[in-house]
Each structure stands twice: as structure tokens, then as C-alpha cells.
Design a protein around this ligand. Structure first.
Ligand SMILES: Cc1cc2nc3c(=O)[nH]c(=O)nc-3n(C[C@H](O)[C@H](O)[C@H](O)COP(=O)(O)O)c2cc1C
Length: 355
């Protein structure tokens, strides 16, 4: 049996368990080194530069998988170009009552209302400090606690502590499971938050890039407001996008009625459209990270052509296992070659020209 088949079999077994138990088992296996691939061969044409960093691949692991920064090293061995850990909040919090994670297998989708369950800033900082010498790019995603009285101050403290420990920071204003969080995407609160985080990053003395993660459920004026803040404040980029609170029509899974954020296949078109819009609105001047429904090389390629310099995935790994990463790499390298691109950077935004 090929190793990839072994992991695909493992993914099938895990899918027979309740999803949060399956996730816990996977994290333990990664922590103990039990889940470990053999050789990964990332095609050299996928090596790329973004945010002033050198990536072996433009495909990373999206936030929410490694909420406590416990398995970044373990996951990097599967060949991803980077891992985004978090969301990390200042204080530990339990998240929403279970069940809060639902598979919609027939839709190749997931609905989650986890609510930032995580062990808090200090636990994550300790983990990141411990892994610091291992090669591989790790981003830290930060957000406010549910009961935060001062979200900008709390996020600033996270940024100050994590700037020396992460390769880039992601400010999450787009989880649908923290009441009021998405309102921080509006111009004024976003500007205040971004200034607080950038100020704290500067105080840390580390030039760690800062990007903002946005929702796919934005109207045109919401997109314009975000683009203005990003350009005015010299934010380094955007992650587009988080899960959707909409897109429920046409779902067939028995869990389709659950409250929370939808991810996976049904999110692909909307998140790619918002990505293209943000590329146009930010005039190709900031780094965009495309995420939402990627499950093939063609999907990653479409995000890159829409304007993404980097891409991420989560839900497709639930259904396909980590063998998918090598498959996406091979397909993406082939697509770039077919279209005559010698690098990822050459293909960025070729399907959506800036204004
Ligand atoms: C179970 C689960 C938990 C998530 N937790 C977070 C989180 O803590 N912070 C965050 O920014 N995004 C979180 N996300 C969103 C993902 O990072 C990603 O933006 C989204 O799932 C779309 O990508 P996908 O379709 O490849 O899964 C979570 C997603 C899932 C499925």
C-alpha cells in the first residue's frame, strides 16, 4: 500500500467517528509523531516569495486546525508551504457547547460553531517558542475573547507577544461564532483595531507582517471599506476568506440546518469572487491569501489567477486526508507549466486585472 493510500484509509476511518473526536485523535497522532509521511517532493516551480518570506509551496494549512500551535512541525512534514495556527485569544476559553462541528459529506462541506476554543496566548507562545528553530513558516492567527471588553487592546497584546515568534500575524475579524466580531470589519472599528495591532507589532521591535482575515459575506461597500483601511494603514495583506453564514440553499447534508460557518466545496465560488474583488480594490498592492473550498490543483490555481499569492485549505483534508497535499502540488505544477508560467508569482492575478 502506498503511503498516501494509508493516510487516505486513515482519513476514512476517522470520518466514521464524531468529528471533534476524530480531530483530537489526529492532533495527538501528529504530536506524538505517529502520523508522519515519508518523503514529500514539492515541485521546485512551486517555490515562491510573499510577505518577504520564502515558501516551498503556496499551499498552507488554514487556521482552526491547529488552534493551540501544537502540531505545526508535524503538519509541515506533509509538505505544506506554511501552517497558520490559531485563532489564539488573550485568555483561554472553552468555546461553544458541543456538538459544534458537523460534517456534510454529500456536500464535501463542514459547518462549525467552535467559538475560538483555545488554550490562550501564553500556551500558544510557549509552543511557538519551543518550535522556533525548526524550518518552516508558521503564521499566528489572533482574535478577541468572546467576553473581551477591549478587543483592540487584547489583540494588541497578542500581537506584541507573538510578533517575535511567528513569521506573520493574521488578525481574525471574520469568525461568525464570536458575537459582534464581524462588525469589526466596518471601517472605523477595523481602522482602530489595525492601528492597535500594527502599533504593538512595531513596539515588539520585530518587522513581522500583519494581514487581516475577512468573511466572504460582504457587500461591495464592505469590501471597499476594508480595502481603504488596508491601503491607508499599510496592512501587508488579506486572508480571503473565513467560513460563510449563508450559502445554505442547495445543500443536501443532514446537518445543513446547523448554525455556524460553512466551509468546503460550496464556499469555493463565493470566496474566490471576493478574492478577485479584493485584488481589484487593493490594486494588486497587498498580498492576498486565497482560502475557501480548495480541494484540487485547479482550485488552488483559480485562487492564484484571481489574485492570491498564497492559498490555504482545511475542509478538503477532512475528506481526503493529507495525501491530498502532494496531489494538489503535482496538479498545480502541471497547470502552471501548461499555461507557460515558470513561477507561481507570474500567474498571480492573471484572471482579474487590477483597476
Ligand atoms: C472546524 C473549523 C474551525 C475553524 N476555526 C477557525 C479559527 O479558529 N480561526 C479562523 O480564522 N478560521 C477558522 N476556520 C476557517 C478556516 O480557516 C477557513 O477559512 C475556512 O474553513 C475555509 O477554508 P476550507 O473551505 O478549505 O475549509 C475554521 C474552519 C473549520 C472547518
Amino acid at each position: 500500500m502506498r503511503l498516501a493510500d494509508f493516510f487516505d484509509l486513515g482519513a476514512r476511518v476517522l470520518r466514521s467517528l464524531d468529528p471533534e473526536t476524530a480531530h483530537k485523535i489526529t492532533i495527538s497522532a501528529l504530536k506524538t509523531g505517529l502520523a508522519r509521511p515519508l518523503e514529500q517532493t514539492t515541485p521546485s516551480s512551486l517555490a515562491t516569495k510573499a510577505l518577504g518570506l520564502k515558501f516551498s509551496s503556496p499551499l498552507g494549512l488554514a487556521a482552526g486546525y491547529d488552534k493551540n500551535a501544537e502540531v505545526a512541525n508535524g503538519f509541515l512534514r506533509f509538505g505544506v508551504g506554511f501552517v497558520e495556527v490559531g485563532t489564539i485569544t488573550l485568555r483561554p476559553q472553552a468555546g461553544n457547547p458541543k456538538p459544534r462541528l458537523f460534517r456534510l459529506a454529500s456536500d464535501r462541506a463542514v459547518i462549525n460553531r467552535m467559538g475560538f476554543n483555545n488554550k490562550g496566548l501564553h500556551a500558544a507562545a510557549y509552543r511557538l517558542a519551543k518550535r522556533n528553530k525548526v524550518p518552516g513558516i508558521v503564521a499566528a492567527n489572533i482574535g478577541p475573547n468572546r467576553d473581551s471588553q477591549d478587543a483592540p487592546a487584547d489583540c494588541a497584546q497578542c500581537a506584541r507577544t507573538l510578533a517575535p515568534l511567528a513569521d506573520f500575524l493574521v488578525v481574525n475579524v471574520s469568525s461568525p461564532n464570536t458575537p459582534g466580531l464581524r462588525e469589526m470589519q466596518n471601517a472605523e472599528p477595523l481602522d482602530e483595531l489595525v492601528q492597535a495591532v500594527l502599533g504593538a507589532r512595531d513596539e515588539s521591535g520585530w518587522p513581522t507582517p500583519v494581514v487581516v482575515k475577512i468573511a466572504p459575506d460582504l457587500d461591495p461597500s464592505g469590501c471597499e471599506a476594508i480595502a481603504r483601511v488596508v491601503l491607508d494603514r499599510s496592512v501587508d495583506g488579506l486572508v480571503v476568506s473565513n467560513t460563510s453564514t449563508g450559502l445554505r440553499d442547495g445543500l443536501t447534508g443532514t446537518n445543513a440546518g446547523e448554525a455556524g460557518g460553512l466551509s468546503g466545496d460550496p464556499l469555493f465560488a463565493l470566496s474566490t469572487q471576493v478574492l478577485a474583488d479584493m485584488y481589484r480594490l487593493t490594486e494588486g498592492r497587498v498580498t492576498l491569501i486565497g482560502v475557501g473550498g480548495i480541494s484540487s490543483g485547479a482550485d488552488a490555481y483559480a485562487k492564484i489567477r484571481a489574485g492570491a499569492s498564497l492559498t490555504e485549505l482545511y475542509t478538503a483534508l477532512v475528506y481526503n486526508g493529507p495525501g491530498l497535499i502532494q496531489r494538489i502540488h503535482n496538479e498545480l505544477a502541471e497547470l502552471l507549466k501548461q499555461d507557460g508560467f515558470s513561477s507561481v508569482a507570474e500567474a498571480v492575478g492573471t484572471a482579474s486585472q487590477p483597476q
